[in-house]
Design a binder for this molecule. Structure first.
Ligand code: SF4
Length: 287
């Protein structure tokens, strides 16, 4: 990994390139490589030299739970070196369908842990189609309930794509009715890289085309008192009613602005664009 940098908004420990999902728009396509030990020792070294005042550290892959209980060893290590730091794990949550595994996490007893878990749809067939794993929806849902039982903070992530955008308002209703315990809900623009390029015609949609659905989904959740945000979508593509929910979310090292952004009144609060995306919206314009 890159050295941990206190001034960066993206300090992330990459723990494996393996994954048990094959999401159609995965930005970092998995590899079947036996790399867990390699990254584990590298990450311990990075943590041990990190500044103590670091506010956040991410854990990502691949799928971090493929480390098994070694993931909890890593959490313990981070907790010892960086007791004040928020640990944000990005996981598909399927491993927590196993109550024994969830109980192992519960023993860690961390208050500074947040799990970011993607829910691709309220409709199981769409979710399973996007992950390319039959049964993944049931496992992720079961995992969410088990995590709620042990009081872990959860961020639900909905990566918006051509397969799920029409159901965004239904996804919001589903979350409100069935997953009211989640702490954050993040609707996320697609990074057009990795499998998204390979599966472009299936997953890519210009963000301007789903503004009505996104507006309903976000405003409903906000009205119902849930903590909802929009990630990775620039202000000029969002309806004005959504601006207050948009976050500067793109990692600093992969953010780009276009020349027209220099004349834009929203530049200071806008997340900009993924420099890594192959395709950008055709509707970027200064405000
Ligand atoms: S023109 Fe650039 S700075 Fe302005 S809202 Fe669009 S992407 Fe953001």
């Amino acid at each position: 990994m890159r050295e941990i940098d206190i001034n960066s908004n993206d300090n992330t420990l990459f723990v494996t390139s393996q994954c048990n999902n094959r999401c159609l728009m995965c930005a970092q396509p998995p590899l079947d490589k036996d790399d867990i030990e390699f990254y584990f020792s590298r990450n311990l070294a990075a943590v041990s030299t990190a500044p103590k005042e670091l506010t956040d550290i991410g854990i990502t892959g691949g799928e971090p739970t493929l480390l098994g209980t070694k993931l909890f060893d890593l959490l313990q290590y981070i907790h010892e070196y960086l007791p004040q730091t928020l640990i944000h794990i990005l996981t598909n949550g399927r491993a927590f369908a196993d109550i024994n595994y969830t109980q192992e996490l519960a023993k860690c007893n961390y208050s500074n842990l947040l799990l970011g878990i993607p829910m691709h749809s309220d409709y199981s067939s769409d979710h399973d189609y996007i992950t390319q794993v039959k049964g993944s929806y049931s496992e992720t849902l079961k995992g969410l309930y088990h995590l709620a039982e042990i009081g872990i903070s959860i961020e639900l992530r909905i990566v918006i794509n051509k397969i799920n955008y029409l159901r965004l308002p239904r996804i919001s209703k589903f979350i409100y009715k069935n997953l009211p315990f989640v702490d954050y809900i993040s609707f996320m623009g697609l990074e057009d890289i990795g499998y998204s390029i390979k599966n472009h015609s299936q997953v890519w949609i210009d963000p301007v085309q789903y503004q009505n659905q996104l507006e309903e989904a976000v405003l409903d959740l906000a009205t119902w008192g849930m903590n909802v945000s929009i990630f990775n979508l620039p202000h000029c593509l969002l309806k004005p009613t959504l601006h207050e929910y948009a976050r500067k979310s793109i990692s600093d090292w992969k953010t780009k602005y276009l020349p027209m952004c220099n004349n834009c009144d929203a530049k200071n609060i806008c997340c900009g664009l993924f420099s890594t995306s192959k395709q950008q919206s055709a509707y970027i314009h200064s405000i």
